[in-house]
Ligand binder design. Structure first.
Ligand code: HEM
Length: 145
């Protein structure tokens, strides 16, 4: 592997860590936000934290993860698609992206004081990116099939 490819990988792993940090933390903020009264200082503070996390960290980190992941795919060429693990990984990344978009929608609902979902719902949702992440890391490291 040449240095350019390894540099892509470094940037990819750093941006994936930042993206995951947000995907794991934002639903936790939603859990706490559920118990804050509408219009309270606590609720308004959560709104700021959620907006900054999504816009300042998660959106850019997701974009950079995609760019550098795709750059590596281009370097690897067509042959990489013969490996099943990469196909499964792409499916997991698709799932991660759907979670990201859903979180954006829920954040907007909180911002407009229109959340209807329960604390329990966000506790369960919190586990989805966790499970996907564990699975993806096993896949990329073991490349089992
Ligand atoms: C956003 C779309 C993504 C694309 C297009 C993508 C693509 C890739 C590609 C092509 C590689 C290089 C594999 C190799 O050299 O063997 C790679 C490495 C890696 N990816 Fe991703 N990936 C994406 C998202 C993710 C996510 C969400 C995670 C973790 C949750 C992740 C974790 C990793 C890790 C840890 C490596 C380094 C593996 C190693 O070489 O040991 N990637 N990715």
């Amino acid at each position: 592997m040449d240095n350019l490819y390894l540099t892509y990988k470094v940037v990819h792993v750093i941006s994936v860590i930042s993206w995951m940090a947000g995907l794991l933390y934002l639903p936790r903020l939603f859990v706490y936000h559920c118990s804050a009264d509408i219009g309270s200082d606590k609720s308004e503070t959560f709104k700021i934290m959620e907006r900054r996390l999504l816009r300042g960290i998660m959106n850019p980190a997701m974009i950079v993860s995609y760019i550098f992941g795709i750059l590596m795919l281009l370097e690897l060429g067509e042959a990489v698609w013969k490996m099943v693990w990469i196909q499964v990984k792409v499916l997991c990344v698709f799932g991660m992206t759907i979670m990201h978009l859903k979180m954006g929608k829920w954040r907007k609902e909180f911002e407009n004081d229109k959340n209807t979902r329960s604390e329990k719902f966000f506790r369960v949702i919190n586990e989805v990116p966790t499970v996907l992440m564990i699975f993806v890391v096993f896949l990329v490291i073991f490349q089992p099939f």
